[in-house]
Design a protein around this ligand. Structure first.
Ligand SMILES: NC(=O)c1ccc[n+]([C@@H]2O[C@H](COP(=O)([O-])OP(=O)(O)OC[C@H]3O[C@@H](n4cnc5c(N)ncnc54)[C@H](O)[C@@H]3O)[C@@H](O)[C@H]2O)c1
Length: 349
């Protein structure tokens, strides 16, 4: 087990991020939490739990990210006599992590939380920054808390069992971090290791995840509670992407939506003279290198449905949707866009 980062939190605390190689080592480390812990996993990640621990195994999927699941976790915690210094250990993708951390933040006004992400998306995006929560009243993550974990254990070997679609979803976020980074290390790393990354070669996964997490840390430490607008840059590609996901009835994955959305953000930036053409071309080429389609355009007939999905987002955010555009490497800007600009970016001229 190797400590990768100690991420500073408010009040002098830290989230320690460890990397662990090998599943047996992971189980051994997790076993050390012993009697004082409750493990939460879903049916696809229960295989990573150590034997003989108290656990609750939920069905997989976003539809389970609800009060009923949190209630099950809290009831189990109470029934096994967990105290405030007991540890909730979440082993799974973002759904399990968000829900378990939420339950932990509520239990006796806050118990200890350890996150063990098992999807690429959750490794690079859902472990740091302290956001916990559940979906509520038809909206995603509408109920939740800020409650950073005390430790994050990253075992990239768990990615071996991850379905391709989920792996690709995480790659979309890694590529996004490559653009948002203040330096080019992740961008160059992805450029040089395309094949190995696509094949999930263990010799490159650790470094890719480390470089990607560095970018996330860069943004969350500057804006821990998402109040300064800095952290909003992490939504690059998301506004366009969510609208496409909503319009297509979620038949495309979140990663595909974000990757497509980043392409549209680079196009809009180029059209407005914000993104230099050379940088936009290079960025689109990196997105394509990882198997994402950047050429897809919605039909003009579908634009009203697309725009109404954006308008819904607008209502949620209290009136104004600001899109993340890029002035260049690591230089995001947040801007409202005219309807005509959005139309040209997503449906062509
Ligand atoms: N807290 C945050 O900052 C933050 C950031 C980004 C996303 N999220 C949340 O994360 C969630 C999405 O996370 P996700 O993409 O990890 O989805 P997920 O948790 O639903 O996992 C995707 C699927 O992969 C399966 N799975 C997970 N690990 C596996 C493994 N190693 N082998 C085989 N199957 C495995 C799961 O059972 C599930 O079926 C969303 O709810 C989103 O809101 C939170």
């Amino acid at each position: 087990m190797e400590k990768m980062f100690s991420v500073p939190l408010k009040g002098g605390a830290y989230t320690d991020v460890f990397s662990i190689s090998g599943i047996e080592n992971l189980r051994e480390v997790l076993q050390s939490y012993g009697d004082n812990s409750l493990f939460v996993a879903d049916a696809n990640t229960a295989c990573y739990l150590p034997s003989g621990v108290e656990s609750i195994i939920l069905p997989p999927g976003e539809k389970e990210k609800n009060w009923a699941s949190v209630d099950r976790i809290l009831s189990k915690a109470l029934s096994i006599g967990m105290a405030r210094d007991s540890v909730f250990v979440a082993v799974g993708g973002g759904v399990i992590l968000d829900m378990t951390a939420f339950a932990s933040s509520l239990y006796m006004r806050g118990a200890r939380t350890v996150l063990v992400p098992t999807t690429l998306l959750s490794m690079v995006d859902a472990t740091l920054g302290g956001k916990t929560g559940i979906d509520y009243g038809g909206g995603k993550n509408l109920v939740g808390t800020f409650y950073p974990a005390e430790s994050v254990m990253i075992a990239s070997d768990t990615l071996k069992t991850l379905p391709d679609r989920e792996y690709k979803c995480g790659l979309g976020e890694v590529v996004k971090h490559a653009f948002l980074s203040s330096d080019r290390r992740l961008h160059d790393f992805l450029d040089c290791n395309k094949k190995a990354v696509m094949e999930r070669d263990s010799s490159v996964l650790g470094e890719m995840i480390r470089l990607s997490l560095e970018v996330k840390i860069e943004y969350i430490t500057k804006d821990p509670e998402e109040k300064k607008g800095i952290r909003s840059a992490l939504n690059l590609g998301h506004t366009f992407g969510h609208a496409l996901e909503a319009m297509r009835g979620f038949e495309i994955s979140h990663g595909e939506g974000v990757a497509w959305g980043m392409g549209r953000a680079f196009d809009a930036g180029r059209m407005l003279g914000i993104t230099p053409t050379e940088y936009a071309d290079e960025a689109l080429s990196l997105i394509r290198d990882f198997g994402f389609d950047t050429s897809y355009r919605i039909s003009k007939d579908d634009f009203p449905a697309f725009y109404s999905a954006i308008a819904k987002d607008k209502k949620k955010k209290g009136g104004e949707v600001r899109f993340v555009l890029m002035e260049g490497q690591g230089k995001p800007v947040l801007l409202p866009l005219e309807q005509s600009t959005i139309m040209e970016a997503v449906a062509g001229a």
